[in-house]
Design a protein around this ligand. Structure first.
Ligand SMILES: Cc1ncc(COP(=O)(O)O)c(C=O)c1O
Length: 285
């Protein structure tokens, strides 16, 4: 099923599979759950819909929590109407292995959406599982790896019964024509895009190595950005210092990631400029 960006599909899944909460009691059929940190849209969708939320914090290195521990904790609801899992994750950049995801969502009774917005930069994808499990949907987008974010084209892959349910709520003309033409055109040029993915991954490895060498702690990434804990000063000060040198990187105030900065992988020249600027911050501040 094609959507007006994958955001539309995530919203449609919320409207299709989750009952708005009626009273104070937290019921599984009104529950949306996800790990934190992950995509900031999930709590927004839950709030708009009047759904209850459950969240479980990822491990310190942003890995999935241990399944046995999850089963024992009362924080994770294996019956929840809708579970969102971002893989590879944002903003950590970390991917979860397909086997690990499979053992997790095999235990779930509700719908599980694997949000693979960044999957083209990863080593693995979970598409095969959406084809094999009737309660799993994989969400993909042309916005990231295919640079079509303004055209708004995303898609869900999943069991025909889930897709048919979503289709009932879909707007008749939810995806614009130009977007459809643009998305189809990218598929005619896959070798070009695949070469781009390889280039971005190579630049990511280079940036990781160079930042590690000057004291940054860079988390292994499978996306087109890295999350790095900078040395010497708080992350927020790094943002300001880099901005002074006309380099824009992101900082998030959430407790789990406030000590990190997120850097999008640019060209090799941009990466060199960033490393140069970081060196000068270390020398002069
Ligand atoms: C994890 C994740 N999922 C989905 C999206 C939405 O992408 P789009 O609606 O452009 O397809 C984003 C965009 O930032 C994202 O980071």
């Amino acid at each position: 099923m094609i959507g007006n960006g994958s955001d539309e599909l995530l919203a449609l899944a919320t409207r299709t599979f989750v009952e708005p909460a009626s009273g104070k009691a937290r019921e599984s059929r009104s529950t949306i759950q996800y790990f934190t940190p992950s995509y900031s849209l999930y709590p927004v969708l839950a709030a708009i819909h009047g759904a209850a939320t459950r969240t479980v914090r990822l491990a310190k290195d942003f890995a999935l929590p241990d399944l046995t521990a999850l089963r024992q904790s009362s924080d994770w609801d294996f019956q929840a109407a809708l579970t969102f899992i971002t893989t590879p994750n944002a903003p950590s950049g970390r991917a979860f292995s397909t086997r690990q995801l499979e053992s997790l969502y095999r235990q779930h009774r509700g719908v599980v959406v694997l949000d693979e917005a960044y999957v083209d930069f990863a080593e693995e994808n979970a598409l095969e599982l959406a084809l094999n499990y009737p309660h799993v949907l994989v969400a993909r987008t042309f916005s990231k790896a295919y640079s079509l974010c303004f055209q708004r084209v995303g898609y869900f892959v999943g069991h025909p019964e889930l897709i048919a349910a979503l289709d009932k709520l879909r707007d008749s003309y939810n995806v614009n024509g130009l977007g459809q033409i643009g998305a189809l055109a990218t598929l005619d040029h896959l070798p070009y895009y695949r070469a781009n993915f390889r280039r971005i991954k190579a630049t990511r490895a280079r940036l990781t190595e160079r930042l590690n060498a000057i004291g940054f702690e860079v988390l292994p990434s499978q996306t087109n950005f890295i999350l790095a804990r900078p040395p010497e000063f708080p992350a927020k000060k790094w943002i300001e210092e880099l901005r002074r040198q006309k380099i824009l990187v992101r900082w998030f105030s959430h407790p789990e990631v406030k000590d990190y900065i997120r850097i999008t992988i640019g060209t090799d020249t941009e990466v060199d400029a960033l490393v140069q600027a970081a060196r000068s911050v270390l020398e002069h501040c």
